[in-house]
Design a protein around this ligand. Structure first.
Ligand code: FES
Length: 188
């Protein structure tokens, strides 16, 4: 009788332990799910807040100005192509051997890639399909259909060179732009 009683008590203890373990496990799961829930809600609110703030940010395209100064004539040696303004303004400043200047758009007239000036070969070479241009912008090899375009260049009041991209001299097929557009050359 005594043994039966001890066995019964032991079984009760086991049952109680199992029940407490189950409760602890269930509590942990609940905490986990609560955390996941709050985390998801916080993420959702953060994304929506950013979208809301973006709404107030002006949708403006920041473009380089169409008129810009490129330094003084004395900064440019004759017979040289200056690529300093290529990246920001898409323009080369070129000074010919006779000292005159012109500003040329750094854009291939085939499909619009950016050619590179090859100093050793004295030509512009387009990396996309191989078009080649003389220093004047006249095309002589590859699929380019016409010379590269030029922009107006003049002297500003402070003596600096001023490029105006709103005035463009488009290359004419087979023609030398120095002759078609003498006004594109700035003699100083
Ligand atoms: S884009 Fe320059 S050759 Fe095609």
């Amino acid at each position: 009788m005594q043994d039966d009683r001890e066995l019964l008590t032991e079984q009760e203890n086991i049952d109680q332990g199992t029940s407490e373990g189950g409760q602890a496990e269930s509590g942990d799961r609940r905490k986990f799910l609560t955390r996941v829930g709050w985390g998801s809600l916080a993420g959702f609110l953060a994304i929506n807040s950013l979208a809301f703030l973006r709404f107030f940010y002006p949708r403006v395209l920041f473009e380089a100005p169409s008129q810009f100064k490129v330094g003084f004539p004395a900064d440019y040696p004759p017979g040289a192509v200056n690529s300093q303004y290529q990246r920001e303004f898409g323009t080369w400043i070129i000074r010919l051997q006779d000292g005159s200047f012109f500003a040329m758009e750094s854009k291939c007239t085939h499909l619009g890639c950016t050619p590179s000036w090859m100093e050793s070969q004295k030509k512009f070479k387009c990396p996309c399909h191989g078009s080649g241009y003389y220093i004047s912008g006249l095309n002589f090899e590859g699929p380019a259909p016409r010379p590269m375009d030029r922009f107006k260049i003049s002297i500003a009041e402070d003596g600096q060179l001023l490029v105006d991209k709103t005035i463009k001299y488009p290359g004419v097929p087979g023609k030398e732009s120095n002759e078609v557009y003498p006004q594109s050359l700035l003699k100083v």
